[in-house]
Design a protein around this ligand. Structure first.
Ligand SMILES: C[S@@+](CC[C@H](N)C(=O)[O-])C[C@H]1O[C@@H](n2cnc3c(N)ncnc32)[C@H](O)[C@@H]1O
Length: 322
């Protein structure tokens, strides 16, 4: 679809890009939708709920590692550092870190979803009134986005990327994203990054197919979003949430399965869905400690250290630009 001939009237450039991505993804043999679109305001709220679920061990485990090793992390980061957080969401995880750091030079939270980010910025400003906080809304996979905000002077820049968000990118895309990070940093600047570790498929699948069906609602919200923003007519009752571990690719895949053959119209474009075919909506890659270290080293970082929980379910790595 040509953006100039979009059938939607009076739409923002972002909505046009969303439409182009959706139509392009749904015209592939394996239908797919970019996972960044899962996060509108409703999706971001649902993700917050996912983080609180018993089955979703990632957030709990990461929080345990942070609370145990926070002072050690702050020592590695050092004094007068600028913290930049791509995909900060509600900025929950950075708060104790910012409080622990020695005179941080500033904090730049960024996200594609503005509502939660802007509310979180106000909360951080109330918590740490002397800290310089600048929120930036945009897509962190686009190099141009990184030029849309100014970084205050600092002894070093540290990119904070928790939540295993790197796992949403396949290894090639992850390499490209890490290369964007290095391009924004100088030698000695840091990256504090969380990765989920490979483990038993039963634990993994339960985390993405929780018994309270919150992840199912999060996944299906993408169709609701297409209906409301792109004049779509998805019938949500004709799709089911599916998540499974793909051991060869070391990732949990999230799909929406079509339950009955039918057509869907999006901004005037008709798309046919066969019974049983799926829309692939998200990947969550799982790493070994060595595998992730290799990825960091391939993209100009040298790992300084990492921390894990006792059961080695999850890891937080600190790396520096070589
Ligand atoms: C897995 S959540 C993690 C949120 C938070 N960092 C945490 O650890 O709880 C991913 C976050 O990144 C944001 N996000 C996803 N893709 C993005 C993109 N391409 N550009 C900017 N933000 C993105 C989402 O809106 C969401 O807030």
């Amino acid at each position: 679809m040509n953006m100039a001939t979009s059938p939607l009237d009076h739409v923002s450039p972002e909505t046009n890009v969303f439409l182009v991505d959706v139509i392009h993804g749904l015209r592939q043999a394996q239908k797919t939708l970019p996972c960044k679109y899962l996060y509108d305001e409703t999706g971001s709220r649902l993700f917050e709920k996912i983080c609180e679920l018993r089955d979703y061990y990632l957030t709990r485990t990461e929080a345990e590692i942070f609370s145990r090793y926070l002072s050690n992390m702050a020592e590695h980061i050092g004094q007068d550092a600028l913290i930049i957080e791509p995909g900060a969401g509600n900025c929950e995880k950075v708060r104790p870190l910012l409080q622990q750091l020695d005179s941080p030079a500033g904090y730049i939270p960024t996200d594609i979803s503005p509502e939660i980010l802007l509310a979180a910025r106000a909360e951080i400003e109330a918590l740490l009134p002397t800290l310089s906080v600048q929120a930036a809304v945009g897509d962190f996979t686009q190099k141009a986005f990184w030029n849309s905000f100014d970084c205050p002077p600092a002894s070093k820049r540290v990119i904070f990327f928790p939540g295993s968000t790197i796992g949403n990118f396949d290894p090639e895309q992850a390499r490209a994203l890490l290369a964007i990070f290095t391009s924004q940093l100088q030698p000695g600047d840091g990256l504090l990054i969380g990765t989920d570790l490979d483990k038993d498929s039963v634990i993994l699948e339960r985390a993405y197919h929780d018994s309270e069906h919150v992840t199912a609602a999060f996944n299906k919200n993408l169709l609701t979003r297409i209906n409301s923003e792109l004049q779509g007519n998805f019938d949500l009752s004709l799709f089911a949430h599916r998540a499974f571990y793909h051991s060869l690719r070391q990732r949990v895949e999230m799909h929406l399965v079509c339950l009955r053959s039918h057509d869907v119209t999006i901004a005037g474009e008709r798309i046919h869905f066969r019974e049983g075919e799926t829309i692939h909506t998200e990947n969550s890659h799982k790493y070994s400690l060595n595998g992730f270290r290799g990825l960091l080293e391939d993209t100009g970082f040298q790992t300084v250290t990492h921390w894990t929980d006792r059961e080695c379910r999850y890891a937080i790595h600190y790396a520096q630009v070589a």
